[in-house]
Each structure stands twice: as structure tokens, then as C-alpha cells.
Design a protein around this ligand. Sequence first.
Ligand SMILES: C[S@@+](CC[C@H](N)C(=O)[O-])C[C@H]1O[C@@H](n2cnc3c(N)ncnc32)[C@H](O)[C@@H]1O
Length: 329
Amino acid sequence: MTKGYHEPVLAGEIIELLVRRPGLYIDGTLGGGGHSLAMLQELQRKGFDAGSLVIGIDQDACALSAAREKLAPFGENAVAVKGNFSQIAEIAGRVCGERGFDASAVGILLDLGVSSAQIDTPERGFSYMHHGPLDMRMDSGSPTSAADIVNAMSQRELASLFFRYGEEPRSRSIARDIVDYREKYGALSRTEELAGIIRQGQRRPDLAIKTLSRVFQALRIEVNRELDVLGEALDEGASLLCPEGRLAVISYHSLEDRMVKVFFADKSRSDWGPKSVGLREPLVKAGYRVVTRKAVSAGAQEVSMNPRSRSARLRVLEKLDEGVRCEPA
Ligand SMILES: C[S@@+](CC[C@H](N)C(=O)[O-])C[C@H]1O[C@@H](n2cnc3c(N)ncnc32)[C@H](O)[C@@H]1O
């Protein structure tokens, strides 16, 4: 494995559900390139590599250099691009345009959240378990860090943030403790300062861990606008699919998973108008179907080898075939 990057989660399931024919594949969350590598190997194994291209996107420059090294043996079949997956359509259009490749995708993957390499690097400030700057930016060039948010928001805004994005029941008292701390000692700048404030307010160590992860999660979501960009990527990703093309999303917490589930349900629902009319055909036929009726989770063996997979939930959406198939370029 590339240093700091763990085994890709649910890789076997992703390969089985996504890699079914040659064409364009987009890995919107390239990370260390584990899933892209697995997809490229499978394309090669099936003899599909001649007509295939895998575009990997990540907003983190460190992830890109790790992935580029890993994917180098695949030459022209793989390209790694710095960007946000909310711009998936623009990126795919540009890369495919440069290569004369059809920009409709056979498979798109979003493996959401942060990588183990990001969490395990104290200087990135993602984890309450390390001492580091209170940063949490996946894209180090973006303007707002977690410290900026913690220091600029009012007590009310902080409480609402921890409740909305962390589902933290003690959101109000944590927000009050932060504001008291700011008044006494000035602006916060370190992960250990924030973790200390939370630990002090929650005397039971078992509950403190849960609170710490919920508050850090809430801040991370806000810093990286994670739910906003996910909404944009789902819209763009679904539109980019060719008939029978599939969009696979792995989420790690209920806020993301709920969003994906509702989006997939909406996309796959036909409009039958008011029930009383009793139509034989829907007014608007659904253009998609949900492939995974229930979210797919990791099995016990994968969880024991890769604890990160414990909370993973995979859902897959397929664009229905209306008689047009995309052929490899
Ligand atoms: C869970 S890791 C992906 C790991 C990857 N599947 C692998 O096999 O190594 C998530 C990655 O997606 C990136 N990421 C998260 N949100 C993103 C976004 N909106 N746009 C681009 N990259 C994003 C993160 O920087 C991180 O490297």
C-alpha cells in the first residue's frame, strides 16, 4: 500500500458492481488511489483496458502525488486531476475533450470523507487524537480553516453547527465552553485546545470520545462544505452516466448516507400524478434504478482487517437504458 493509505473499503463489491464494460470511469475521491488501482486492474484483467480511461479526482495535493505514483504503470489509461468532485462534469468534459474520449461515464465512484493518511497526519488537524493546528482543510489552498470557524462563530452558531452536522446532544454547553475559553485565553489554534475544552465539559471518558468525534466531524463538514458539494456531485454524477452506467457512493456517517439514499430514491421514482387519476403509464418515467435495495456493508472479515470499513455504507444507482449505449472511444 502507498504509505499512510489503508486498503480501499468494499473494493471487491465496487469492482463487481461498477466494472462491467470498457469506457470512462471516474473516481471522484482518488485518495491514495486504492479503488482506482483495483478498477484499472480489473479492466486489464477483463481485456477492457484498450477502450477505457480512469479519471481520478482529489482536492488534496498530497493524495494526488501518492496516487499518481501508484497509477503510473497504467500510463494513458489513468489520469489524476486536482479538483473538487462538485465539478465532476467540467473536469470529465475537459479531460475527455483533450483525449477525444466520450465524456459519458460507465462508472463513477465517490468514497466520501477523509482518508486515513489525512487523519493520521497531525499537521492536517483532522483528529482529536493528535496535537496539531486546528486546520481540517482537505484542500490546503482553501481559505477557511477549522480555527477560523471556531473563533469567528457566535455561541449560537457553534451550537447549531455541532447539532446539525455532528448530531451532538450537548451542542449548547460545548459552544458555551468554547466561547468562555475564547474570552479567557483568546483565539483557539490547536486541536488539543479544542479537545481539552470538550474533555473538561464531559467527565465520562467513554462519552467524551463520542462527543469529540461528533464535534470534530461537524467542523470538518463545515470547513470542507461536505454536504453541499456532495449534493452537487450527485446531481452532476447522475447526469454524466451513460445508459446502464452506475454511480456508486460509499458514506461513513448517517448525514451523508441519508442524503444519498433520498437522492437515489428521488431519481428512481416515476411520477404517477394524483392517485385518484389511476393512470396506466406514469406521467414521467424514472430514468434510473437503485441497484442496491439495502446499503451494502463490509463483512466481518473486512471489518477485522480494516476497522475503517465498519461504518461504510455503499449504495449504487444505475441510469436506465433508453436504447442508446455508450461505446468506448
Ligand atoms: C476516503 S478517502 C478515499 C480513499 C480512496 N478511495 C482510496 O482507495 O485510497 C477520500 C478522499 O477524497 C477526497 N475528497 C473528499 N471530498 C472531496 C471533494 N469534494 N472533492 C475532491 N476530493 C475529495 C479526500 O481528500 C480524500 O483523499
